[in-house]
Design a binder for this molecule. Structure first.
Ligand code: FAD
Length: 536
């Protein structure tokens, strides 16, 4: 799993154990995995692996897995087993006598606030990469559900562990709202390079071979372009910091298919990656069969999340957290192809075995909708909306989100330092203060109002961003995607400190404007030996 020894061994073991069943489950759901001529499922390599062991569906594995799961869900909706509440946003968790019993939601069309109750609550609300403003996540993905559960007492684990994916379309300008992921699979055949000279502005095809630096192949001869994502991203940043980046902003590197086309022929490359090449051409307006692609790392996945036990239950009884929303399996370095595997494992194989025993354990009397806990949670949600609308300042929500994102990617992104993180915390606090005195949220609460939705999320991001920085500051070592400038080897690689940091940092909310408290869950390794990762 490549968690860089910062994930629970037992969870990782379980995930590997059930991975075959996940593939069978997805095949049964109709996911069109790539196949050999014989009909057997095909495999390919992925970053961080030297053997072909990844099942795939062309360059669209994630999307196809999603469609498979979505089809199955719809079959259950059709059978009357599942009720779906579309365009509904969870605003708070209802905890009664210390047990999670429901959620408060807002109907995003009418603005109505209501509550839903149950014997248990399952949060499957995804990650928080959008804290960085620009990320590959959909705009609807946000951290509010887990953040508000955290404020209700659910512990948050390893918030600073985030993955910055190396293979994305570079940032083009200040008014962009999203970044586009190109598939990691492209590094199977594409070669990453930058010019050897700084400030070399010649078009890529005019730069001769001996003036190109295929830096991943040079620094990591055994893994080459297939180093793990954190290593590929960090090295792209390094060469751009040296002034050797390409493209209009100088923050991009080439991903070149010329030698693969020469070796395999254009038809093979089109067959493998045609859809991705088309997407690239539509966005960049350049033909990647003729010119190398330009790529740059982008925030993509968050390994941190709400703390859960082996049964996926948080420290609040009855609150279960699944998928990217929890912290469970990835440690500091989520490799490719393992996010959906974990989400599918959690949903299809773990929770069906752990939720039943929890429900069978105790009595769950009906929740009285007029009880103090429900009324308080509903009032809290309404008060927050009113407070946001009342500020009536001069700056848009997006202005604050963008400023926050710039700080986060710069100070708590691919490289972090004590000085930078302290600066970031100060900046975040200032921005938050300014937000609450000068944000302008147009419209009203009782109707469709996307500015209001965004405002609520950005208000949460300030506190979440601060916790990410505190977590990164506390972890005085480098591991996987968490790279502290002060803790590196002579060769510039991540230097772990197993003696002092072989643990999960678990944060407890201590109240509004109070410092959160850090706890430790020590990690025990029974089967694997802690060793230094090397891709050289
Ligand atoms: C472009 C792209 C490609 C990817 N490709 C791969 C891949 O090939 N392989 C792989 O393993 N992983 C891949 N990933 C990562 C993977 O898709 C995610 O980690 C995974 O989808 C997470 O699943 P999830 O169900 O936990 O959360 P999500 O898929 O993020 O779903 C969470 C849902 O909850 C909703 N939600 C959030 N907050 C609230 C709230 N307060 N109230 C109500 N609803 C809420 C969100 O709108 C969303 O619909 C990819 C990600 C991206 C962005």
């Amino acid at each position: 799993m490549g968690g860089d020894f910062r994930s629970r061994e037992a969870n990782t073991y379980r995930l590997a154990e059930i991975s075959n069943e996940i593939i069978d489950q997805c095949v049964a759901q109709g996911v069109p995995f790539g196949r050999e001529y014989s009909g057997y499922l095909a495999n390919r390599t992925f970053g961080g692996a030297q053997v072909s062991r990844t099942f795939y569906a062309r360059g669209q594995t994630g999307q196809q897995l999603l469609l498979g799961a979505y089809n199955s869900l719809n079959a259950q909706v059709n059978a009357g087993n599942v009720d779906v509440f579309e365009r509904t946003e969870m605003l708070d968790l209802i905890v009664i006598d210390g047990v999670a019993r429901g959620i408060v939601v807002r109907d995003m069309v009418s603005g109505e606030i209501s509550s839903h109750f149950g014997d248990a609550v399952l949060l499957c609300t995804g990650g928080y990469s959008n804290v960085f403003y620009l990320s590959t996540s959909a705009k609807g993905c946000n951290g509010s559900a887990i953040w508000r559960a955290y404020k209700k007492g659910a512990a948050f684990a390893n918030p600073s562990f985030t993955q910055i994916h190396p293979t994305c379309i570079p940032h083009a300008g200040d008014y962009q709202s999203k970044l586009t992921l190109m598939s990691e699979s492209l590094r199977n055949d594409g070669r990453v390079w930058v010019p050897k000279k700084t400030g070399d502005n010649r078009p890529a095809i005019e730069i001769p071979e001996d003036e190109r630096d295929y830096y991943l192949e040079r620094i990591y001869p055994s893994f080459g372009n297939m180093v793990p994502r954190d290593v590929a991203s960090r090295n792209a940043k390094n060469v751009c910091d040296e002034g050797r980046g390409v493209g209009p902003t100088g923050r991009a590197v080439y991903l070149d298919f010329a030698s693969a086309i020469e070796r395999l022929g254009v038809d093979v490359i089109r067959d493998r990656y045609g859809n991705l090449f088309e997407m690239y051409e539509m966005i960049i307006d350049e033909d990647p069969y003729e010119n190398p692609m330009m790529i740059y790392p982008a925030p993509h996945y968050t390994m941190g999340g709400l703390w859960v036990d082996y049964d996926l239950m948080s420290n609040i009884p009855g609150l279960f957290v699944l998928g990217e929303a929890n912290f469970s399996d990835h440690g500091a370095n989520r490799l490719g192809a393992s996010a959906l595997m974990q989400g599918l494992a959690d949903g299809f194989f773990v929770i069906p075995n752990t939720l039943g025993p929890y429900i069978a354990k105790g009595k769950h009397p009906d929740v009285d909708p007029s009880c103090a806990e429900v009324k308080e949670a509903e009032k809290g949600a309404k008060d927050l909306i009113e407070k946001l609308l009342k500020v009536n300042g001069t700056k848009t929500v997006t202005h604050f989100h963008r400023e926050l994102g710039i700080t986060m990617i710069d100070k708590c992104g691919m490289a972090r330092s004590e000085e930078g993180l302290n600066e970031a915390i100060e900046k975040i606090r200032k921005l938050k203060k300014e937000f609450w005195s000068d944000v302008k949220v147009l419209g009203v609460g009782e109707s469709l109002n996307q500015e209001l939705e965004k405002a609520g999320r950005v208000a949460d991001y300030f506190d979440l961003a601060e916790l990410m920085c505190l977590d990164a500051l506390r972890r005085k070592e480098s591991c996987g995607g968490h790279f502290r400038e002060e803790y590196k080897t002579e060769e510039g690689e991540a230097r772990r400190d197993d003696e002092n940091f072989c643990h999960v940092t678990v944060w407890e909310h201590m109240g509004e404007d109070q410092a959160p408290q850090a706890h430790k869950e020590e990690l025990e390794f029974e089967y694997v030996e802690l060793t230094q990762r090397s891709y050289k």
